[in-house]
Design a protein around this ligand. Structure first.
Ligand SMILES: Cc1cc2nc3c(=O)[nH]c(=O)nc-3n(C[C@H](O)[C@H](O)[C@H](O)COP(=O)(O)OP(=O)(O)OC[C@H]3O[C@@H](n4cnc5c(N)ncnc54)[C@H](O)[C@@H]3O)c2cc1C
Length: 392
């Protein structure tokens, strides 16, 4: 037997990180190991989100982590990415909560909101006292949000909203929903963001039950029936699809790190298993086919991580191009899903048990592959960027 080198030592990305970034990663890693992993399988099985952990996540600065001011932590893009990676080592549902709260609910208020809106909502959201959600997708408008049907009509000083949003992360528990609606019939340029509050008449958020993926994340609809929203709840500083799409660009960047956490969790699980599982008289770790699977996983995780850190560093200097974010999201989520499936094959029969994290991550990653732009949509964004021709 020769001495083994850990995956982290092999990738050796630590030398690219500041002490602060390493500390963020280590703190979130410990939180996930001590507070989430012991309950991960049960939460998934029972379709429960651990709301009791929200104050601790807030304490670590994980809600609106990359935003500045208003009680937010103002983390660097790299620290933010590493934090999400560690959260998703626990579960994609846990990471989804942080992504939606920070990148999809707080970010649009921070970027496009009035000063009064920022002061009213952001400090409470950073503390986790106010949960937010992001309503863009509709039953008949997912990949093509410009075809949304939700309408906002002006009536005196108010807006009246009608429509249905589907697949909305955290909507059943949200106190405020950032809802995107057209203010003119069939005109995507007229899309505006509205802060719809729990308690407003005609606002309902029925839970979507029976998901076999992201079970620890509450997903719901947003049903809007003549909801009267005051003018001061409209985001004043953005109009058109640019509003929701710029939020998605933020979230997608974080997800490209997050997915690596799920991949690492699968890798760690099967690496340990392969040393213990005896087949044909020897641990399966000694079999070439198993070593090839482990090597391929390690290579893809290494490539994904190095790419993530590279783009995070670039993001510290300037906004990333949407195609750069697509490249990262598509690659890292794709490889994570492939790694989860391969890991499941190494666990074989045991791989379908929730006792191991692999099947849970595999099922979760099916959603991550689809939300925040499907794998196909990111292919088309990249294709358009490379050729200058839209194939949508
Ligand atoms: C668990 C979960 C949580 C989610 N959370 C949120 C949320 O918080 N907020 C929110 O607004 N949305 C959320 N979504 C919605 C998600 O973003 C959409 O499901 C996604 O955008 C895809 O839309 P769709 O499901 O309607 O698929 P469709 O758009 O109907 O796509 C169907 C298929 O066609 C493919 N396709 C589409 N266009 C093309 C094309 N031009 N060429 C080739 N193929 C194409 C797609 O890739 C896909 O394979 C969530 C989804 C899930 C599953």
């Amino acid at each position: 037997m020769s001495e083994a080198v850990s995956l982290a030592e092999l990738i050796a990305v630590d030398h690219l990180l500041t002490e602060e970034e390493k500390l963020v990663a280590e703190t979130v890693r410990r939180f996930v190991r001590e507070r989430y992993l012991p309950r991960a399988a049960e939460l998934f099985a029972k379709e429960q989100f651990p709301t009791d952990l929200i104050p601790e996540m807030a304490e670590m600065g994980l809600l609106g982590a990359s935003l500045k001011g208003y009680g937010c932590a103002g983390m660097s893009p790299t620290a933010y990415g590493l934090a999400l990676e560690e959260l998703e080592y626990g579960d994609s549902g846990l990471r989804s909560f942080a992504s939606v709260q920070g990148s999809l609910a707080m970010f649009p208020i921070h970027k496009f909101g009035s000063e009064a809106q920022k002061e009213r909502w952001l400090p409470g959201m950073a503390k986790g006292e106010i949960i937010g959600c992001f309503g863009l997708t509709e039953p008949d408008a997912g990949s093509d949000p410009g075809s949304m049907k939700t309408r906002a009509k002006k009536d005196g000083k108010d807006w009246v909203l009608n429509g249905t949003k589907m697949w909305i992360t955290s909507s059943p528990v949200a106190k405020v929903a950032v809802v995107w609606a057209k203010t003119r019939e069939d005109d995507p340029k007229s899309i505006r963001g509205f802060l719809v509050e729990r308690g407003m008449k005609g606002f309902e958020t029925p839970t979507v039950h029976g998901k076999m993926s992201l079970r620890a994340s509450p997903t719901g609809e947003i049903v809007l029936s003549d909801v009267r929203v005051p003018e001061e709840n409209m985001l004043p500083n953005v109009e058109g699809l640019r509003g929701p799409l710029s939020c998605l660009t933020q979230a997608r960047f974080g997800i490209s790190f997050g997915a690596l956490g799920a991949a690492r969790a699968c890798f760690d699980s099967v690496l340990a298993y392969s040393k213990e599982r005896i087949v044909f008289g020897k641990p399966i770790a000694s079999k070439q086919l198993i070593q090839k699977k482990l090597s391929d996983m390690a290579i893809e995780i290494a490539k994904g991580k190095i790419m993530g850190v590279h783009f995070a560093r670039l993001k510290e200097q300037r906004d990333l191009l949407p195609a750069q974010v697509s490249l990262c999201k598509k690659n890292n989520v794709g490889i994570a899903l492939e790694i989860a499936r391969t890991a499941r094959s190494i666990l074989a029969g045991n791989g379908i048990l929730l006792e191991y994290p692999v099947i849970r991550h595999m099922l979760n990653l099916e959603s991550v592959y689809t939300y925040e732009g499907t794998d196909e949509v990111h292919t088309l964004i990249l294709g358009q960027s490379l050729t200058g021709v839209s194939a949508f």
